[in-house]
Design a protein around this ligand. Sequence first.
Ligand SMILES: Cc1ncc(COP(=O)(O)O)c(C=O)c1O
Length: 401
Amino acid sequence: MKGEFRFSNRFSFQDGENEFAEILSEYKSQNVFYIDLTTSNPTQAGFQYPSEAIRHSFQTADLITYLPDPQGDKKARDTIREYYKSKGIEIESEDLFLVSSSSEAYSYLFKLFCDAGDSILIPAPGYPLFEFLSVMEGLRTISYYTKKENLWKLQISDLEPTNLARSKLLLIVSPNNPTGSIFTAADFESIKELLINYNIPLIIDEVFSDYVYDGEVHSTLIDTETPVITVNGLSKILGMPGMKLSWILLSGPAPWKRKTKEFLELISDTYLSVNTPVQNVLSDLIQWRTMIQTQILKRIQRNRTILKQIFSELDLSKKILCDLPKAGWYCILESKAFFPEETFSLRLLKDKQVYIHTGEMFGFPEVENSGRIILSLLTETESFESGIERIIKILKEAENS
Ligand SMILES: Cc1ncc(COP(=O)(O)O)c(C=O)c1O
């Protein structure tokens, strides 16, 4: 080939391995033990899965007959309707489109509503993958900043008119990753007029909706006056991201829904990505929901209790602020000692072999002289406790030096 290899400009942000990745791969290759407080893959977090029963379901299901439906198999969609019904939410199977992952759901929705170069509004702090998913579709992101004093809940004042005017979509994650904030029906009512005035469909990612604590309630939002689209899937509901089954749930004015379905069918027909076997065993799989979620919820509660204990025993409240989340799989620690975040987290990884995510990675705004770190509450409890102890130790060492 003559000259330089040519690739899409999508990858212009990619400039080689970062220092974290280098250290982690060195630890792995040299069998150095480190504590990973970033684990978000439930299949690697020590939970028991009903593998035999699932194997049996696949053995007895029809894995071959191919009857493609752009919306996904009707029986599988009925199973999802029943899932919502068990939570007291009435939906129609006709309003569901099955996809292979939430990420794919976004790629369909971005294709449906946006053209290359368009902008979309994404939450900060929020799910880091939104940036990449947008880049892959040639879109620009505009972050809207929720505030700690509002418990990270979206307020109408967080949405600037100029940004609304140039955005094609508003994305909300509820419960949010990583803050756990929940977008309620009342919150929706407060921004509904704005959505109508700016003609912006709302996309709500509710993958963490079954993981809610302290008496908080999450309810799926369905509306008939303005487009509200929900994204969810087995990744978190069953803790099985590898099953590759997620969905898009449409709600909104009837004429809008008709047109939306027509275009979404076209996109979906182009790829037909959801595999037949997983659709045919969905009604079996979903029965394991309580068994799997109970383990995950127990782990999260235990880790939350440990955090509370450590913080009350050591009276760390002046040094580290700990936001125990009301939902979701993450918790946020804030301290002057974590500033600058990257320097602190690199030191923690090098000196104490503890791997954490920085607040910056989730789009937390930089606060002068204060840093945030994000911990996964999915971490096995023993490791979680040791990890926190090592974090406290490194702070104490810094104080005494
Ligand atoms: C907010 C949010 N949405 C979606 C996903 C991933 O979903 P999927 O595995 O279905 O692409 C994650 C994973 O952590 C997430 O945090």
